[in-house]
Design a protein around this ligand. Structure first.
Ligand code: SF4
Ligand code: SF4
Length: 288
């Protein structure tokens, strides 16, 4: 089973939920935690994994042979990302915009384009206290997160419960991370900002036809708008985590919640059981 942990905005407690869930299940199940928040992975701060393998990730960037190019402009026409432009007798490539899709080289009528690998980041994998661990790291100054996320996801073990920590927001890296998940946990907080970002995140997850549920972090502050929204939309509000200075202190020291306050283990195990019940119900209703 693949469970992605996402949030419409940063700082809502996504890492707290992903690491607590993994640590709560590891003694009962085969568990994998993959941190796909490649711009700022931080699950390793809590799990302290031993890294056993490092893969460098490359994107293929076009290189134009001016002696073959006729400046027909086809490459610029097919590029959906404006990463290549033809100006009179020059072809300009913008590597930071290029997604390495290969369309320009494939469609160049003169075969004037070759592709050259550019390193954009790396994927590290290893073990953390019985949990199979992996995370992606985007090189400083690079913008192409999806190729690294795809590489992290190559490590998904179908025999394990895979927890994917997704980057905040609702853009391409989020879609790439949660695609193929069996369930998406959306972590939010009871504030107008939390509600606003949750609404956008729910739209994305529903477009991808992935069942989802909400974890309300810092419950007790703000108002009831998030709970009201969940009720109105038929979204299961699976768990509330109260605003608690002890939880905040543990987090600031890099101590996982379920290690600092072991009573939380049961809550996260129950959270998983609710996810299992929702996904099982969905499977049986599609069979009917
Ligand atoms: S498609 Fe090929 S020939 Fe045409 S402008 Fe681009 S590189 Fe040059
Ligand atoms: S490889 Fe794809 S994204 Fe990059 S310049 Fe060519 S068409 Fe554009």
């Amino acid at each position: 089973m693949i469970i992605s942990v996402a949030s419409g905005k940063g700082g809502t407690g996504k890492t707290l939920v992903a690491t607590s869930l993994a640590l709560s299940l590891k003694d009962t199940y085969k568990v994998q935690l993959l941190d796909c928040d490649v711009e700022e992975p931080n699950d390793h701060i809590f799990l302290k994994p031993t890294i056993e393998n490092v893969d460098r990730v490359f994107v293929l960037i076009p290189e134009v042979d001016n002696s073959k190019c006729t400046y027909c402009g086809k490459c610029a026409e097919v590029c959906a990302f404006n990463a290549i432009a033809v100006i009179k007798d020059r072809v300009l490539v913008f590597p930071e915009l290029c997604h390495g899709c290969g369309a320009c080289s494939y469609l160049c009528p003169e075969k004037a384009i070759t592709e050259k690998g550019k390193e954009v980041g790396s994927v590290e994998t290893g073990k953390a206290d019985g949990i199979s661990f992996g995370h992606g790291k985007l090189n400083v100054g690079e913008a192409m997160a999806p190729p690294i996320i795809r590489k992290v996801k190559e490590y998904i073990d179908p025999a394990a419960i895979t927890i994917i920590d997704v980057s905040p927001g609702t853009s391409c890296p989020v879609v790439e991370s949660i695609r193929d998940s069996d369930f998406c946990l959306l972590v939010t907080e009871p504030t107008p900002f939390g509600l606003n970002d949750l609404i956008v995140a729910v739209e994305v997850v529903r477009k991808l036809e992935i069942p989802c549920g909400v974890v309300l972090n810092r419950a007790g502050v703000g108002n009831s708008q998030v709970a009201d929204y969940c009720l109105k939309e038929g979204l299961p509000l699976i768990r509330a985590i109260p605003l608690d200075t002890e939880i905040a202190k543990l987090y600031s020291k890099g101590i996982p919640l379920v290690e600092g306050i072991p009573e939380w283990k049961d809550s996260f195990t129950q959270l998983f059981q609710k996810i299992e019940a929702i996904t099982n119900e969905r499977i049986s209703s599609t069979k009917r």
